[in-house]
Design a protein around this ligand. Structure first.
Ligand code: NAP
Length: 361
């Protein structure tokens, strides 16, 4: 069974000298400021203590440094296609960082878009004619192919960066390579958090990416790195990993997590006055996964070729634990049954007294 601790990236940032890494400066973003320290970081011992001490000494300078960094960073023109739950969640951060954000979706989200500070286009032709530098696909896994094929690619700039955030990775990689013209760049990503798990900030949360096809021209390399910078600036842990490897790991971690969370949602788990920490973890898991659409969950299953195997393993493990429990119960019942039977069948002496049966060894 794969575990989270077994999630080893093919190429991690650590493998590249810090000063040579194109987005290395961002990994040092002091995102653990006094205002953004998450509970996870609060309990993180020495390091977070040091950070808080620094914050406490220079709160104003520290905050203003972060703001300056946002201001200095290159601004992109990003079009979100699929403006549902996750698309809106990402848009809020993109807007906060000062990027120009456009959006299009099947449903009409113009009011929400205005509230967030996003320009909304009901017609994909109008969106593409705005010539965004980046198209960010946030559609459901199972609708991605039809949405991609319906986009008027001819209206986009000759070189556009296509990014997806799907929770499976091999499928969009193949789809992009098959359907996008060669001058378009392709970056497959998976922010491994959502509106629930990322509601208190993204610091320390994993962001997986695979530069599937990025042209060698400086402007194209930079555009891709500027996009990755969005997540680095928020303090995400950027993990470069092939789409295939992502899917292998994700089946054992993400799919199983969603499956267990949804299964827990099928039984009534209530708060009690004697909740244990373990029980609260279960409630959190249920709550974290129940907000996601069934389409998302189904996509994790149907478009990750490793998911079925993990489900079978889980099923076998479930049966094996049940067997262990019932096996023990069976032994006890058998013992009681035969002891009673022996008592009943014990030979009687001539005066009617039951003779003592030989002691069980
Ligand atoms: P979702 O149910 O997976 O996707 C909803 C989005 O898909 C909406 O924008 C919806 O458009 C669009 N859509 C669905 N069916 C469509 C169709 N037939 N034609 C056109 N558009 C269609 O929920 P989500 O949470 O927003 O996820 C979006 C993507 O982000 C997914 O690929 C998911 O894997 C990925 N992701 C999600 C999370 C998360 O925590 N939620 C985390 C990481 C990555 P309308 O709303 O306009 O109908």
């Amino acid at each position: 069974m794969l575990t989270l601790s077994g999630l080893q990236p093919l190429k991690t940032r650590a493998a590249i000298p810090h000063e040579l890494h194109p987005i290395s400066h961002c990994f040092r973003r002091p995102s653990l400021s006094f205002s953004t320290v998450s509970p996870r970081n609060r309990s993180n011992g020495h390091r977070s203590l040091c950070v808080r001490a620094l914050d406490a000494a220079q709160p104003y300078d520290y905050e203003s440094q972060i703001n300056e960094r946002f201001e200095r960073s290159v601004k992109l023109r990003i079009a979100i296609v699929g403006f549902g739950n996750f698309g809106q969640f990402l848009a809020k951060t993109l807007v906060r960082q000062g990027h120009t954000v456009l959006a299009h979706s099947r449903s009409n989200y113009s009011d929400i878009a205005t509230e967030i500070g996003v320009s909304y286009y009901s017609d994909p032709h109008d969106l593409c004619e705005e010539h965004p530098e980046v198209i960010l696909l946030c559609t459901s896994i199972i609708s991605t192919e039809s949405v991609l094929k319906s986009l008027p690619l001819q209206r986009l700039k000759r070189s556009t960066l296509f990014v997806d955030v799907l929770s499976v990775k091999e499928m969009p990689r193949k789809l992009f390579l098959q359907n996008l013209p060669p001058e378009f760049d392709i970056l497959c990503t998976h922010p491994m958090f959502g509106p629930e798990s990322g509601k208190n900030g993204w610091a320390g949360l994993p962001f997986v990416y695979d530069k599937v096809r990025i042209g060698s021209e400086e402007s194209r390399v930079n555009r891709c790195n500027h996009f990755l910078d969005v997540f680095a600036q928020e303090g995400c842990r950027l993990v470069e990993m092939s789409c295939a490897e992502h899917d292998r790991h994700a089946a054992g971690t993400q799919f199983i997590t969603h499956f267990i969370g949804r299964t827990l949602g099928k039984i009534d788990l209530d708060l009690t006055p004697i909740n244990t920490k373990g029980y609260e973890t279960l409630l959190n898991l249920r709550d974290n996964t129940s907000g996601d659409s069934f389409e998302l969950f189904y996509g994790l299953f149907i478009y990750n070729k490793n998911a079925l195997e993990q489900l079978e393993r889980l099923d076998m493990a479930f049966e094996s634990v049940k067997k262990q429990l019932f096996g023990r119960l069976h032994d006890i019942l058998r013992m009681q049954l035969f002891e009673n039977a022996e008592d009943l069948e014990a030979p009687q002496s001539s005066n009617g007294a039951v003779e003592e049966s030989p002691k069980r060894q």
